[in-house]
Design a protein around this ligand. Structure first.
Ligand SMILES: C[S@@+](CC[C@H](N)C(=O)[O-])C[C@H]1O[C@@H](n2cnc3c(N)ncnc32)[C@H](O)[C@@H]1O
Length: 321
């Protein structure tokens, strides 16, 4: 590959070549959607590996899209940009675009957000506790932390963070906020730290990691948007086209796995019916019976890739539009 970018890039794309092989391949032509453009790492790689494809890149976050625009400038005649939520993009699929040959989702947030997001995604520096990918969202992380009743806060941390100490953490937050509004990421991380027993503080991850994940998911409605976008994305996808999803935690992966399995079923009649009456046809083939995981080398070079899982389907029938 030639023409290295001079833009300051901080995110290392995960499972890049695996995603390319499954989704695009050498001989492909036509339009591909990168539904989570980020800094444009996957898009740049795909465009450079196959010069017969074009890409529409979608991202909700304006600041990261500025980086992608700059990075992809040398390829600008083969890429278009859509600053919007991916569920909104597929629901209102642009009339001037053909149906895509492939769709990539690389879920969650980017290293960019931790290092340069300046919205409290990270607790390694002191930032305003916000976590909104788009400023138009009504509720910030600080609103949740300072205003939710204790039990709702605990449920949210449990459900979206899969945090078994959610009740203790919610109690710690509610006690701390009596002395003043919690507005900084470091402050919140410190409150979580002091809410959990010492034995929990020195594990593989910082004790606030799951709480921060839960807040980010809640603020940006990540799981609902994912469910909607998988469904509307699949409707938009050409028959014979592929959808690839890279997920980073079990909540995302479960949604993806279930959705793919559901669309892979030929019959959707209730299980208690003795015979199939729906005459349904399978909408997708699952190309990855087991998720593809990064190899030891990728993990050693890029630690955040260790939790990545890639699942891919091919659309074989139109289904209901
Ligand atoms: C893991 S990063 C993508 C990295 C990119 N593939 C690369 O190689 O540079 C995920 C991106 O998706 C965006 N994102 C997350 N949820 C989104 C949503 N619902 N709609 C649109 N963009 C979203 C984030 O802003 C972030 O930039």
């Amino acid at each position: 590959m030639t023409g290295q970018s001079t833009v300051d890039i901080v995110h290392t794309s995960v499972l890049r070549s695996e995603a390319f092989e499954y989704l695009v391949g050498e001989g492909a032509t036509g339009l591909y959607i990168d539904a989570t453009l980020g800094e444009g790492g996957h898009a740049e790689y795909f465009l450079k590996r196959n010069d017969s494809i074009v890409i529409a890149g979608v991202d909700a976050d304006e600041s990261i899209m500025r980086v992608a625009r700059k990075r992809l400038e040398p390829l600008q005649n083969r890429v278009s940009f859509y600053l919007m939520w991916f569920n909104q993009f597929f629901a209102e699929y642009p009339e001037d675009l053909p149906r895509p040959e492939g769709i990539l989702f690389d879920l969650g947030i980017s290293t960019f957000h931790y290092e340069k997001g300046e919205r409290g995604f990270s607790f390694s520096r002191d930032e305003k506790l916000d976590m909104r990918l788009q400023s138009g969202l009504e509720i910030s992380a600080a609103d949740i932390v300072n205003e939710y009743p204790e039990s709702e806060l605990a449920d949210l941390i449990f459900e979206y963070g899969e945090e078994r100490l959610s009740r203790q953490i919610a109690k710690g937050i509610v006690t701390a906020r009596r002395s003043g509004r919690i507005t900084s990421s470091l402050k919140l991380a410190d409150i979580v730290w002091h809410s959990v027993p010492p034995s929990y503080r020195y594990g593989r991850i910082h004790p606030a990691t799951r709480t921060f994940q839960a807040l980010r998911i809640a603020v940006n409605g990540e799981l609902v948007r994912l469910e909607q976008a998988l469904d509307s994305g699949l409707s938009v996808l050409k028959v014979g086209g592929r959808m690839a999803v890279i997920s980073f935690h079990s909540l995302e992966d479960r949604i993806v796995k279930r959705f793919f399995a559901q669309k892979n079923k030929s019959c959707t009649c209730p299980p208690e019916w003795p015979m199939c009456k729906c005459g349904g046809q399978r909408i997708v083939d699952i190309l990855t019976r087991k998720p593809v995981r990064p190899g030891a080398e990728e993990v050693s070079l890029n630690a955040p890739s260790r939790s990545a899982r890639l699942r891919v389907i091919e659309k074989v029938h139109e289904g209901e539009l």
